[in-house]
Ligand binder design. Structure first.
Ligand SMILES: Nc1ncnc2c1ncn2[C@@H]1O[C@H](COP(=O)(O)OP(=O)(O)O)[C@@H](O)[C@H]1O
Ligand SMILES: [Mg+2]
Length: 332
């Protein structure tokens, strides 16, 4: 369920940015967004971020920031399945949607199939069956259209150790056929964004773990992707470095980028994600906003939701020695 609005009436007062609708609750003959007809007509689903508590006094208009996003799912996954050699059923008949501009979290214990799913979404791992559409393009039929639209930072950062940040970014820009001047401009912007301007001309082998992650994030953004895929972007980082990454990702999402994130950190998921799917043994076991999930599973926090839905306690997890990530495999 993408849209649950408890307010009975919402008046559309301004639509701007094609996305954001400022609405007020009140007596007005507003559009009743619960009506399927209205939803259909506008082609939107809504997410509200309340700017204050609702009061019963409807006569004082309460400004509600109603963010309406295109109903078009920017990621559409249907019956996605991956069976590795040896009949390893890593992903089994998984279906879900991610809306444009959404911050979507993908959680699950080690070996659940998160990386396999994510890699299939960006066509790095070939799916066994099912369909994946990215911005309307089926990944296996139009991989180039998909690559243009997605940026990805995989589970293990694979940097060329004898290249500098600038050199790697230049190379990536060229791979996306970007003009040289635009590449230079992007390098400047992105290194500033992730606060790495100072190390632009140093070999990547000299970077700390946090720097590598931040640089990998910048690298994944060179071509201004619409969707950013992040596989455990804060794994192995200290709390300060994690906070830095969170801030950057949050800003990107605020600017309109769709984020697909897998993470092990429940606080990360709870704070950042608008909607979460939890995967276990290759299947999605539950899906919803953090609040919805906590209510549905009668849990005080996401950690409890996780424990209840997967029976898995993250603290006791062991390292997955057979991760789907190509970089992890390459290093074995
Ligand atoms: N290349 C591979 N060959 C065989 N099995 C694999 C491969 N990659 C992953 N797997 C298996 O698929 C399952 C899902 O792995 P993965 O997608 O990495 O899970 P997660 O990212 O949730 O930890 C695991 O059982 C893993 O051992
Ligand atoms: Mg993984």
């Amino acid at each position: 369920m993408l849209f649950k609005l408890t307010l009975p009436r919402i008046q559309a007062s301004t639509v701007h940015n094609n996305n954001i609708l400022l609405a007020r609750s009140g007596y007005f003959s507003g559009i009743y967004l619960k009506y399927p007809l209205v939803r259909q007509r506008f082609g939107y689903f809504a997410r509200i971020a309340c700017k204050g508590p609702f009061t019963k006094n409807r006569s004082s208009p309460i400004l509600v920031k109603l963010m309406l996003k295109s109903a078009k799912s920017i990621i559409e996954v249907r019956n996605l399945t991956k069976t590795y050699k040896g009949d390893v059923k890593a992903v089994q008949d998984v279906s879900f949607d991610v809306a444009e501009g959404e911050f979507f979290g993908f959680l699950g214990p080690n070996g659940a199939g998160k990386s396999t799913t994510m890699n299939m979404l960006v066509n790095l791992v070939k799916k066994t069956s099912g369909t994946v559409k990215i911005d309307g393009f089926e990944v296996s039929e139009h991989p180039d259209e998909v690559y243009k639209r997605v940026g990805f930072a995989m589970q293990e950062v694979g940097l060329d150790e004898v290249a500098t940040a600038r050199e790697m970014m230049q190379l990536h820009g060229r791979l996306y056929h970007m003009p040289a001047a635009e590449i230079e401009q992007r390098i400047k912007e992105l290194l500033k964004l992730v606060e790495l301007e100072k190390i632009a001309d140093k070999f990547t082998s000299t970077y700390s773990g946090g720097m590598r992650r931040r640089f990998d994030l910048a690298l994944s953004l060179i071509h201004k992707p619409k969707i950013l895929f992040l596989d455990e972007p804060t794994q192995g980082l200290d709390p300060h470095a994690r906070q830095l990454i969170w801030g950057h990702i949050r800003d990107l999402n605020k600017a309109g980028m769709t984020i697909f994130l897998t993470t092990h950190f429940m606080d990360e998921a709870e704070q950042l994600c608008e909607r979460i799917a939890i995967m276990d043994k290759g299947k999605i076991v539950t899906e919803g906003s953090p609040k919805e999930l906590m209510a549905k599973h009668n849990a005080a926090n996401m950690e409890e939701v996780f424990l209840k839905t997967t029976g898995s306690n993250l603290a006791n997890e062991e390292v997955n020695n057979n991760a789907a990530d190509p970089y992890v495999r390459a290093r074995r």
